[in-house]
Design a binder for this molecule. Sequence first.
Ligand SMILES: *Cc1c(COP(=O)(O)O)cnc(C)c1O
Length: 407
Amino acid sequence: MRPGDIFVSSALLPVFARADLTFERGEGVWLIEKSGDRYLDFGAGVAVNALGHAHPALVAALTEQASRLWHVSNLYNIAEGEKLAQKLVANSFADLVFFANSGAEANEGAIKIARKFQHAAGHPERYRIVTFDGAFHGRTLATLAAGGGQKHLEGFGPKVEGFDHVAVGDEAALKAAIGPETAAIMIEPVQGESGVKPVAPAFLRRLRDICDENELLLIFDEVQTGIGRTGHLFAYQAAGVEPDIMTLAKGLGGGFPVGAVLATTHAASGMTPGSHGSTFGGNPLAMAVAGAVLDVVLAPGFLDEVKRKGLALKQKLAGVIDRHPAAVTEIRGEGLMLGLKCLVPNGEVVAALTNEHMLSVPAGDNVVRLLPPLIVSDAEIEEAVEKIDQALEDLEKKLAKGLSAAE
Ligand SMILES: *Cc1c(COP(=O)(O)O)cnc(C)c1O
């Protein structure tokens, strides 16, 4: 340490503001802290634990694969990856899949595929991508530039070139932003990090038309919305708009790190051996677990249940708003990707919920995200609503005394 350095008791780079909770075990929608306390997990590792914790089908898939084969290079066939790609293709608009290890990396792949498409189509000058205010596409240098959040970009040198931002829904600004160098438009069908903001289906359809009219590719970032989160396997299916390229990550591995880029043959026409790659992408462990996640999510009735439970939770949350009109004001989102817009600071609401042994995730626009595992039961939804009521009651009392949730 040098004089002036901040003393930290952890050897981890201090880039996260962590709550002092240490979970040792998980069971379904519950996490068990080292104290033995049980927490109702409505954060699901930020929409990652799609099937909750220690789901038997995922444990079986992982351990079966772990006893046979962990890693082989992409220099060879990986049967588990072929199988998973077939499943994704059979259930989406896409013809081809590239596997990565995270959301940001999947988005990097999508950006590269779009640029290379234009290059191969005789338009090497087309490399720019139109993205949207409030977007979040990851933390690598290119995906930070794609997201455009000033706070995230500052201090990291020149921003990666080639991204133009417009407001969601502003068709005139979008048309003005499209020029001779534009290659693609990239959007989250529901903006997650900036506050669970669904993009109007009509606007998504306009994006499709505008892309077709201008020979641009349409990229949907479904890293958060994908794999049943909104009650549809993919959010684009509800909007009735097919992208040319789509990225997945969070829920895909149910907790095992994996990302994917899905594309049509047309959109991927610039990609040839050597034009992209990954050492770990398509790892057999990740492929086996993601395959098991998809089998569960695609089982008859599963997504209908997500829709039904999402609606039930949304209706109950409307009751919470009626009971606490000074604390919360709006519920938005689809399926089990819901955002509670707060009138008191959202961080205080998250802390008050943690006091009630319920986990949630803050988002932009003063929103608290509720992202339970898709296997959440009606009884657990009921329990969550009781905890939210209790948390808001406690918080209102504390705020009236000038205290915060932590006090
Ligand atoms: C989380 C997220 C990412 C980044 O995923 P990482 O796995 O953290 O790289 C990208 N896009 C969206 C929409 C996300 O929600």
